[in-house]
Structure formats: C-alpha cells, structure tokens
Design a protein around this ligand. Sequence first.
Ligand code: GLA
Length: 378
Amino acid sequence: MKTQRRSLTWIAFLFLFLVVAMTGCSQNSPKQLKNAYRNMFLIGTALNRMDILNPDSPSLPVVKMHFSSITPENVMKWEVIHLEPNRYDFTAADAFVAFGEENNMHMVGHTLVWHSQTPAWVFKDVSGEPADRETLLQRLRDHISTVVGRYKGPLHAWDVVNEALEDDGRYRQSPWMRIIGKEYIEKAFQWAHEADPHAKLYYNDFNMWYPGRREKVIQIVRDFLSRGIPIHGIGLQGHWGLDYPPLEALEESINAYADLGLEIAITEMDMDMLPSPGPYTGADINAHFEARKEIDPWHDGLPDSMQVVVSSRWVQFFQVLNRHHDKIERVTIWGVQDGASWRNNWPVRGRTAYPLLFDRNYRPNPAFDAIIKLPVEK
Ligand code: GLA
C-alpha cells in the first residue's frame, strides 16, 4: 500500500514537473519571434477578416505562436464597421477582440479617421451635397464614441487619425480637411480620449521619414501637448522597400519623434520588393500578359538569390530598430503570410509579392530565420 502511494506521488510529481517545464519552454522559447524580442518591443501582426471569422484559419496558430500584438487590417475601418448611417456592424471586430482576449494579446484599433475606406455618405447631406461642418463633426463624434466606447478596456491603443498629411507636410485636402478644417484632428483625439481614457492614442502615417512630414508631425504634437490635447503615440507605417527609406533617415526620425516623449511604434511593416510598375500602376496584371515577366517577375517563386537580398534588408531594418528598442513600443508586421498581403494588389492588381515573414504555406522564410536570431546575438 505504502509503495503504491509512494509511486503515485512520484508519478504526480513527474507530471507536474513536465507541465511546468513545458509551459516554461513555450513561454520563453527562442523559436517564438515574440519571445526573442520580449526585452525589445512587442511584435505585432495584422489580422484580416478571413482569419478572424474562421477558427480553423491556418494563420491563427502562427499568430498565437509568434506575435504578442494584433491590429485588424480592415475590419475596424469605417466602411466595414459603419457602412450605413445609424447601422454599425461589429461582427468581425467583436471576433477580433475576442481572439485577442482569449490569447491575452496586446490589441490596437485601426483606424478612426481616414480619407480612404470611408463611405461616401459620411461626407454628404441628404441631397447628396457636401455635408456641413457641424454635421460632419457630429458624425465623427458619434462614430468615435460608439466604436472606441465599445472596445474600451480590451483595446490598448488606437490609430486615431491616419494619413492626414502630405509628404511635404501640408495638410492632406481630404473631405475631413475641406469640410471641417484641421481641427478635425484634435477633435478626434479628444473624443477618443473621452471614450476610453486609458487607450494610447496614436497619429499614424506613411513615409514618416520625409523631412516635410516629420517637421509637421512634430509641430502638431508639440502644439497638442502644449494645449493638453491627448496624444500618446506616433505610428510610423513601415511600408518600406529594398531601397527606401535610407537607414539614416529612419534612424534620425526615430530619434526626432522620441524626443517628443511619446511612444513610437512601427505600425505596418512589410517589404516592397517588386519592380516599380511605371505605366501599369492601377492596372490588373492579367490585362498585360506581354509585360508579366517585367512587372511580376517572381510569379513562380522567389529565387534564392533574391531571398538573400530581401532577408538582408529585413536584417538591416531590425538592426536599426533593435538599436533603438528603448524608444520603440511595438513593431507590427502588416499581415501573417505573403499570399494575404495587400502588396499583391497594389499598385498593380494580381502580382506575386513576398513582403512578409511567412510564405504562402505559412512557413517562416529566411528573413524570419535571420531576424529571430538578432536579439540573442547582441
Ligand atoms: C494604409 C492603411 C492600412 C492599409 C494599408 C494597405 O497603410 O493604414 O490600413 O489599408 O494602407 O493595407
């Protein structure tokens, strides 16, 4: 009896040991990108509708394994969540948040105010004429308080205003700007803060390393801070390529934004590696068979030589980001696997791009293998 009890105790002990060892491993495994970077910054990805609404999507195990933060690529944009006046559709956004909560992830809402992917009704009155200033302000306020209010708590941050500036720093002449004037930006931040005082509120834009845009962002943020308008973060969309941005310009910009004392995130990182499309911009690749080789050169796969070029560029970027990890809160890769990236369809539809860290079969690519090793090599 006694021996039996003793062996049972041993079995229980062994079992417990195995559970603890396995949990420990999975939380600290150097094979998980998020863990390799856990002392640097959060590593995020963007989820699309197909992943969010399909519990069997092959993306989900990859997301759970490698990423600590998620952003919805499209399902919180105005045209999805609020397609018609007085009718919100939270189906996919709710599923996104539920997935993040179940997996204890950092979550970013994207995006509240943008000139693109916003339905036309937002800017019009009942007769189809441009809406007046008061109407548009009221719509903006309702939208922000409804959407931010709904996810108050589980969402940690919001891309509040997206792409409000031109490369040279002028305000983009979007309908927001034309109808309301530049105050739409501060109003959006104020209303988002009212709806969720704990969420970190970001201004998000591309080419944030262009001097004109950078100076303007800095000027706006300083002004907001001096007037007590809540803004907590700057999002640098990382739609970067093999030959842009210059690493020094990226580094200078990170330093300049960090001097403002705000959080910095690289919000939408992917690698543009297809040739510049010239006259084919906006076209569908299928309409240009004769030019396919020239504008879609890697339709049948990326040759090793090219893979080397792409992954060394990822390494260069991550070396810069790692050097400044104390200033960077999060680096979000804009999607999970190459086949789902918007890069396959912009600026030409139907090309074959390789902009992310996982291939079309969800296998990590050489860029992944290279960047996951960087932090331990330091
Ligand atoms: C911009 C937006 C993103 C996304 C990309 C393309 O960067 O911020 O939401 O639409 O364009 O995917």
